[in-house]
Write a protein that binds this ligand. Structure first.
Ligand code: UP5
Ligand code: MG
Length: 197
């Protein structure tokens, strides 16, 4: 008797590429559980007495990446909670973002999850930045939706996250979607992937 392993789709793409928006659509139509690493970190930061709150906030504002022990721990806990109620299909949004994340995931979760594929939302820097600034101006309350943080988020994405996407692409795990269209246009492409697999 062997316990079933959870299925995981990593969802990657630049800041504002539309990862969260499309994950919500996938949840509605395909019954996955959406775990945004960024959302989990922001929630942890808000917890009273959280020892890592200040550390998380300093990374978010600087657009740098929180040590994997923290992020992977939050992800594993959230997965375990959901599996208690028989939810085994996960969209892990915004992770792994760098080599530390990738190595940490493989160490901690490598044998405990079945990676289905990597969903990559491809979007130009200009469009990414514009979407985040627009969201900031509309009152997102996110401490990183400002021009200075965005510059850093883009640099981190290009220097640290793109190599992770390339790493998975080398083993044909990446499914790339053009994320520059309207949310409906993008979802039409996303749907095809989930209907097939
Ligand atoms: N929007 C969405 N789709 C659109 C479309 N097709 N056309 C027009 N507008 C569209 O969308 C962003 C905005 O654009 C929204 O206003 C939306 O309505 C609109 P969203 O769906 O939120 O995009 P998303 O890709 O999720 O953007 P997000 O800002 O969340 O991306 P990031 O990857 O930058 O943010 P995340 O929350 O993942 O991470 C934030 C920080 O947390 C990181 O910089 C890092 O410091 C830290 N972090 C870690 O350290 N480790 C992790 O593992 C994860 C995060
Ligand atoms: Mg997001």
């Amino acid at each position: 008797f062997k316990m079933a392993l959870p299925n995981v789709v990593f969802v990657l793409g630049g800041p504002g590429a539309g990862k969260g928006t499309q994950c919500q659509n996938i949840v509605q139509q395909f019954g996955y559980v959406h775990l945004s690493a960024g959302d989990l970190l922001r929630e942890e930061r808000r917890k009273e007495g959280s020892e890592v709150g200040a550390l998380i906030e300093s990374h978010i504002k600087a657009g740098s990446i929180v040590p994997v022990e923290i992020t992977c721990g939050l992800l594993e806990n959230a997965m375990k909670e959901n599996m208690k109620s028989d939810r085994y299909d996960f969209l892990i949004d915004g992770f792994p973002r760098n080599k530390d994340n990738l190595d940490g995931w493989n160490r901690q979760m490598g044998g405990k999850a079945n990676l289905q594929f990597v969903l990559f939302f491809d979007c130009s820097e200009e469009v990414c930045v514009e979407r985040c600034l627009h969201r900031g101006a509309a009152g997102s309350g996110r401490s990183d939706d400002n021009p200075d943080s965005l510059k850093r988020r883009i640099v981190t994405y290009n220097e640290s996250t793109r190599p992770i996407i390339e790493h998975y692409d080398a083993s044909s795990m990446v499914k790339k979607i053009d994320a520059s269209g309207s949310p409906d246009q993008v979802f039409a492409e996303v749907k095809k992937l989930f209907t097939k697999s």
